[in-house]
Design a binder for this molecule. Structure first.
Ligand code: SF4
Length: 407
């Protein structure tokens, strides 16, 4: 539902939409603000910059580099910038609410004025201090959520496990701060309840359920099945939009296609496999478990159970030394697995954290780092080579930039 109001004095339009659990205010197309069902800021577009607010009140800014129109830049705002943005957002919303209250806006005939005022009242219950307080609430419910696949940014995350059971890939520092742990029984139930309470009405903008952290699917089938039953019983979104999770190839190989069919019957719709590379020497260099044949076998097993896959490839990893062989063997691997319309391939421009062991290993091995231009070229190379095959198999190929993630 979208409605166009006009300011009486200037005639300037104001668009208000109530869609998919989100209130969006669009001020003459120049400024857009969106809020969840609790009235918390979710995103904004202001002065040509897009902002995404995370549930812990960090804010990521993204903009197009004017010198390179193809390139997006991004960074997290510092405390002063966050506060300034939030205050601007809430001032604009107060002005709008006052304008509606005092008849300074001409509404369209079909506008649900009471519903809109209720939404605005929910928004105006928040201010900088209360939103900043969400950081503490978030951390009482969740360990930091370092990454999700892009199509899962709007899922409800349940940390049914914490950490990564392997945790040794040299390029990955996502879960170095925590030990691997499985939540079951009352601990799991308490976590689900805490997440639901924290999200409140904000759950209505969220689609599916993502089982975090790195490899929830490794959980033994006799434990995982009741875990999914508990998630389905508590979360209608799991039944409507499905359940999703990461899995590594060796972990998937601990299960049979019948196991995956059993999970599919409990709404596990897609798992995301960090393929990274199809070139075995590079996989060994990265200390990525399993080889390309294992990845192929794991994908076949998952797919035979009726669960879709999202395959993630790191473009630019291994530097100049591995550039050609990484591309060749990874494309060969992708072309050899049975993908279809429900599956995704993510090309992820490689970014190594400064504290990742990969950085020192790559320097010691003199791999020759690929700069931003080279990685962009590699992204094009992968995309161009994949295109005919992906079109023929109706497989979507998208970019996965881990620097753009917020939950
Ligand atoms: S890349 Fe995946 S398997 Fe490797 S350490 Fe990170 S989370 Fe674990």
């Amino acid at each position: 539902m979208a409605f166009t109001f006009h300011w009486r004095d200037s005639g300037t339009p104001l668009h208000i939409s109530l869609n998919a659990g989100t209130l969006t205010l669009s001020f003459d197309g120049r400024v857009n603000l969106s809020f969840d069902g609790e009235g918390r800021l979710v995103g904004a577009f202001w002065d040509e910059v897009t902002y995404r607010r995370a549930l812990d009140n960090r804010i990521l800014a993204k903009w197009i580099d004017p010198r390179w129109p193809q390139r997006r830049r991004r960074r997290f705002l510092n405390d002063d910038e966050r506060r300034s943005l939030i205050e601007r957002v809430y001032t604009a919303t107060v002005d709008l609410s006052t304008g509606l209250l005092f008849g300074q806006l001409t509404p369209p005939a079909d506008a649900p004025l009471v519903e809109i005022q209720d939404w605005l009242a929910a928004v105006l219950r928040w201010d900088w201090a209360k939103l900043e307080g969400e950081r503490h609430r978030f951390h009482s419910v969740y360990k930091p959520v370092p990454i999700l696949p892009p199509d899962q940014y709007l899922s409800t995350v349940l940390q049914v496990t914490e950490g990564c059971s392997y945790n040794k890939c040299t390029f990955c520092t996502f879960y170095r701060d925590r030990a691997f742990r499985i939540k079951t029984g009352d601990v799991l139930q308490d976590h689900i309840t805490a997440v639901q309470t924290f999200l409140g009405e904000g759950q209505s903008l969220r689609k599916g359920v993502f089982l975090a952290d790195a490899n929830a699917v490794i959980v033994a089938q006799r434990t995982l099945v009741p875990m999914l039953d508990a998630v389905n019983a508590a979360m209608p979104a799991a039944q409507q939009a499905g359940i999703y999770a990461f899995v590594s190839a060796p972990d998937a190989m601990h299960k049979t296609s019948a196991d995956f069919a059993e999970l599919r019957a409990r709404n596990l719709r897609r798992v995301y496999v960090g393929v990274e590379s199809g070139h075995d020497p590079l996989r060994r260099f990265l200390r990525k478990p399993g080889n390309a044949a294992d990845v192929r076998h794991a994908i076949e097993t998952i797919k035979a159970g009726g669960v879709a896959v999202g395959l993630i490839v790191m473009v630019g990893v291994g530097g100049e030394r591995f550039r050609e062989v990484h591309r060749r063997d990874t494309l060969d691997l992708l072309a050899g697995v049975p993908l279809g319309g429900d599956d995704l391939i993510y090309l992820s421009p490689f970014v190594a954290g400064a504290d990742a062991p990969y950085v020192q290993d790559a320097e010691a091995a003199n791999l020759g780092r690929l700069d931003e231009n080279c990685i962009e070229q590699e992204m094009r190379n992968f995309r161009d080579r994949l295109k005919p095959w992906a079109q023929a198999h109706e497989v979507r190929v998208s970019t996965y930039d881990i620097r753009e993630f917020v939950y």
